[in-house]
Structures are given as C-alpha cells and as structure tokens.
Design a protein around this ligand. Structure first.
Ligand code: ADP
Length: 614
C-alpha cells in the first residue's frame, strides 16, 4: 500500500485520556479484554441477524455467523474475527476514534466524578474495545461493512498518538482484530490460556467460537430458548457441562420474564449435596449473564446465601455488560433480579414437593440444612421456606414425613399451637413421658431429629399464625381430659406438692399436679426461656466446662399408684419418702435428657434397694 492512501487521525481528546488510563493502569484483570472483544463480536453478529430480516443486499450474505480466534505464539499475536455488521471507513472513525457510545462515555463520566484512582475505575467498567490496549501495543482492525460496495479498511493504532486508516482489499464482512501483545502479555498468544478464558467467560455466547480452527464453546445459550424446544437430554448436558456438575439435576426451573425485569433463567437443584459429603461450604453456583455474556460466575449479593447449592444461569438484558463486580455488589438491579429468582425457586420446590412428595422427601433428606438455614437467615422468604420443611410426626408412619401446612390442616378444633418434641429418634421420642398427654388427646406432635431443628423453630417462632411450642416446655395449656382411675384428693395432692417442694428445694421452680401424664408418675418441664436438652448438648460439646443449672417445673400425676403411695409415705415413712422424691426427680431428668451427673443417683438407688429388701 502506498503512503498516500494512509490517513492519519488523532484521537478525540477524551479517547486519548481514556487510552492513557488503560495503557498505564496497573489493573490486574487484563484478561477481561477477551470477554469485551468477544462480546463486541457477538453484538455485531446479533445486529446482523436483525438486518438480515429486513435487508436483501448484504455483503457476503451467506457467511457463517461465527467467531474465529487465532493465536500465534511466535508472532505474539491474537486475532479475533467476526462476520457481523462490520464498519465502513466513517464508522471506524466514528466508533473507534470518538466517544459516541455509551459504555465509554459512562466510564469517563464516572472517572471525572470520582476524581479518584483511575486504575480502580477500569476495573469497574469494561471499557469495551479500548481494553485491547491493556494487553497490546498495536491493534489493527480490518473491517467491511454489511453494506455492499462500501469497501474494506484497516484501522491501526498503538494506542498513544492516534490511528491510521488505509483501504484493505478483499476484506471480509465483519471485523478482524489483530492484537500485537505487549511483552508481559504474551501469555494471551497461547492457545491454552485463551481456551481457558473463553470457557470461563464466553462459553454461552450464542455463536460458535472457534479457537485455532476448533470449536470451543460447546453449549448454546439454552436458557434463551423456549422450554418446548429443549429436551431433557439437553438440559442434563447443559447442567453437567456448564455447571461443571457430575450428578443428575434433581429439579430444574426454566423461565423468562419481561416485566418488571427482562430475565431468562435456567437453574437446577443438584441431586448430590457436596457440603454433606464433607467438601465444606460451596460457592454460589448461579452465574449472572447479560445477553449471553458472563458478568460474574458467582455474584455475591444476588441470591440469599442458603441458595448456594443451586446451579445455573440468570441472564438479564437489563444488566449493562460493563457492570463490574465491585459495583454489582451494591447494585439494586442485581438484588432485584435475585429477589425474583429466589421467589421462583421456592415456588418451584413447593410445586415439585406437592407433585411428587416421595421424590421431594429423598431430596430433602440431603438438602434440608439449606432450607433450615434459609428459614433462619432469609427473612424475606421465611414463611415460604417454612412450607418446604419436612418432619416425621406422631401421625405419620415411621419414615414418612409431613410439612407444617399438612400439620395445620389437621389441627384439632380449638388447637392454637403447633407442638413439637426433639429427640434422637422416633423410638426415643415415642417412649418419652412428654408425649403422653398429647397422644391421649389426639394432638399431633412433630418430631425433631436434627440438632438444628429446635433452633430453626425458635427462629421461625410461628407458622401460619400458629406458635411453635415444645411439648417439653411448661405453660402448654391442655384442655381438661377425663381420666380413668382414682386420683389423690385435692387436699392430699396439695400437701404432697408442698412436701416435694421442700424436699427438692432449689432443684425445682415449682411442683404442681398436671393433666398431661397418663402412664408416668412425674415429668420435668423446661422453662420456656431455658436451654433445650439439644442445645445443652451442643454447648457441652463445644465447651467441656459448660455448666448450666437446670431448674425444672415438676408436674406430678395424682392418678399414678407411685404418687398415691408417696403421699402416704410422706407422712408414715418420711425418710424413705425423701429418698423416693429425689429419685423421682432424677428419673424425670433422665427422661428429659437433663441429668449431667449420675453418681448421686446411683448411690441413692442402692440405698433404696437395700431399704426395699429390709
Ligand atoms: P460499546 O461496545 O460499549 O459501545 P466499545 O468501545 O466496545 O463500546 O465499541 C465501540 C463501538 O465500536 C461499538 O459501539 C460498535 O459500534 C463498534 N464496534 C466495536 N467492535 C465491533 C465489531 N466487532 N464489529 C462492529 N462494530 C464494532
């Protein structure tokens, strides 16, 4: 090409300013240049698709819409080529030499306003095309517009003094960018490095990407498709490849919304829980995209923490491509998207659980901790999440479960509270004296087997307007119940209670007759503000010196033969009656899982046996 056809141009002052920053910035995430350029290429081909639908005359009309990337280690270059709308001579000047477009404008505006560190600002904006100068000291763009007969041109610049434009013969439609990499950026001329970057940032770009002739992005943007166009197989392949999963997805949610936000989402619940398999806390698995370009693989504040086990993609055209990770964290827009997604996900679980309770039971067994965590931490979704909890209860068959909604629908007339009892397992709970009164009245009691359940119940406090109450606690108001058999008279009962209170002293807050007991002589009730046995165990496990004075309400059963006998003995044989009183309390504490030191209990038991045998 002769000298005369080369035009020299100076950059517009603002572009010059921008370039100075880009070139001299110490910004470390230089690799984002590739994402920016691929995204420009993809945008340009998307525009071409639109033009194809209205225009007949298009330069190289049949050309495949694909992105071709080539690396040349020896020459130290990387080339990115697309078959999009391209740029004419004037468009090259306009688009790459002046600041007519949004992203860069916003960047400069923010930079001016901040008056702060420019390197930091580059991190916050993509700076689009100009990010090429972070890694290259010379960039050339050969382009031919889609318009027939406009001719090709090559735009070249070192990013400092200005740029040159000269005609390019036989230029293909679209743009071909060649980056001559800086000495310390030669890594981007390595196929291996570039492949990793494409897989990371641009895997779901809707056009095929070829790297040195080989297709790299295997997965299409399934989430933008219509549900009816996607097969189960495709969903599974997408889940495993795109979400880097090895299991089958247990559930999936694929939806799109236009208002108030444009969202396309495809998210999965896995079938295996890595946290349960001892891998520690996982990172959030739902990536944020904007028009098929990945913004962040694990956006921090988009979704509530408990949803970290979910995997997939959320794409919102409302998110500007050049939003940065830093500015995303306080982006109301991102949080809004997160709100929509979390509500939908919870609804999805609710529907699936209703449709196939058996399947959900299996899933819940592995993932229950996430839902429980959600109830405790995700205030906005608490009530909805509580519907997803599952428990065995006194009315379910062993191994079967029910939800709180089922429980409420079965509540007896006049029942105002939801009752639960925590224990190590079904048998242990069912042999507990606490259950007697509830069984006798046909009141359902939910069984908590997980150490976290009581904590969750405390935090939830109520469901559907009904308080959650441990049957271990005093203060549960049970309706009167006719009971068979003779009971101690009122006066005798009162006297016995006084006797016990004197004898047991500080160990009990009160002694009173109760309606709860059917088969047991006494029961120890924990004050509502006291620690539950499960909590105490947890505290003890964490701190071996943990001591907690247990004070219980003792409820006695005036119909029980042992109690009746004790009333007699308290007058006729007070010495034995005292020993029996102490022993009865210890027995009640053992049933309650509250006896810490059994030495005294054993000694007393021996004494009692001796006495019994005379
Ligand atoms: P932005 O993409 O945010 O507008 P860029 O600096 O990345 O900013 O690009 C500036 C302009 O250059 C784009 O708006 C577009 O018109 C044009 N452009 C960039 N890359 C291409 C391409 N591969 N094909 C066609 N036009 C492009």
């Amino acid at each position: 090409m002769s000298e005369s056809t080369v035009e020299k141009h100076a950059f517009q002052a603002e572009i010059q300013q921008l370039l100075d920053l880009v070139v001299h910035s110490l910004y470390t995430d230089k690799e984002i240049f590739l994402r920016e350029l691929i995204s420009n290429a993809s945008d340009s081909m998307e525009k071409l698709r639109h033009i194809e639908s209205t225009e007949k005359d298009i330069h190289q009309a049949g050309a495949e819409l694909e992105i071709r990337i080539t690396t040349d280690e020896e020459a130290g270059t990387i080339t990115i080529e697309d078959r999009g709308i391209g740029m004419s001579h004037d468009e090259l000047v306009e688009n790459l030499g002046t600041i007519a477009h949004s992203g860069t404008k916003a960047f400069l505006k923010a930079m001016k306003e901040s008056g702060g560190s420019p390197a930091n600002m580059i991190g916050q904006f993509g700076v689009g095309f100009y990010s090429a100068f972070m890694v290259a000291d010379k960039v050339s763009v050969t382009s031919h517009s889609w318009r027939v007969g406009t001719g090709g041109n090559t735009w070249t610049s070192d990013g400092t003094s200005g740029y040159e434009i000269e005609p390019a013969e036989n230029a293909d439609r679209g743009a071909k960018l060649t980056l001559h990499l800086k000495e310390d950026c030669k890594d981007f001329a390595k196929e291996y490095t570039v492949k990793g970057l494409i897989e990371r940032y641009s895997n779901f770009v809707g056009f095929p990407i070829f790297l040195n002739g080989t297709r790299v992005n295997e997965v299409e943007a399934l989430w933008l498709k219509n549900k009816s166009e996607v097969t189960d197989e495709q969903y599974k392949a997408f889940y495993q490849f795109a979400c880097k999963a090895f299991d089958e997805p247990a559930y999936r949610l694929h939806f799109s919304a236009d208002a108030p936000l444009a969202i396309n989402a495809l998210v999965f619940a896995p079938s295996e829980n890595p946290e349960r398999m001892g891998f520690g806390k996982v990172d959030g698995g739902i990536a944020l995209y904007s028009r098929k370009v990945m913004i962040d693989p694990s956006p921090k504040d988009m979704l509530p923490e408990w949803m970290r086990f979910m995997k997939g993609v959320v794409d919102s055209a409302d998110i500007p491509l050049n939003i940065s990770r830093e500015s995303m964290q306080d982006s109301a827009l991102v949080r809004k998207i997160g709100t929509v997604i979390s509500k939908r996900v919870i609804k999805m679980f609710e529907k699936e659980a209703e449709g196939d309770p058996e399947k959900y039971r299996g899933f819940y067994q592995k993932f229950d901790r996430f839902f429980k965590e959600g109830v405790v931490t995700d205030y906005a979704n608490r009530e909805q999440l509580a519907k997803l909890l599952r428990y065995e209860s006194s009315l379910t068959d062993p191994g079967s479960v029910c939800g709180l909604t089922d429980y409420v629908s079965r509540m007896k007339d006049g029942q105002e509270e939801i009752y639960y009892l925590a224990g190590a397992g079904r048998e242990q709970i069912e042999s507990s004296p606490y259950l007697e009164a509830f069984k006798a009245r046909g009141l359902e009691v939910i069984y908590f087997f997980d150490a976290a359940d009581e904590y969750v119940a405390d935090s939830l406090a109520e469901f559907d307007g009904k308080k959650l109450v441990s049957v271990r606690h005093g203060g549960v108001d049970l309706a009167d119940q006719d009971v068979d058999g003779d009971a101690l008279g009122e006066e005798e009962t009162k006297e016995l209670c006084e006797f016990l209170k004197t004898e047991l002293g500080d160990k009990v807050t009160s002694v009173a007759p109760g309606k709860r007991l059917v088969d047991s002589p006494v029961i120890a009730l924990v004050p509502t503000d006291g620690l539950s046995p499960q909590m105490r165990q947890m505290m003890k496990a964490m701190d071996e010196n943990f001591k907690d004075e247990v004070k219980v309400e003792l409820e006695i059963n005036p119909r029980h033969p042992l109690v009746k006998k004790l009333a007699e003995s308290s007058k006729a044989n007070p010495d034995v009656a005292k020993l029996v009183s102490q022993q009865l309390l210890d027995n009640a504490l053992i049933s309650a899982g509250l006896l810490d030191d059994a030495r005294e209990t054993v000694r007393r038991m021996n004494e009692l046996m001796q006495k019994a045998m005379g």
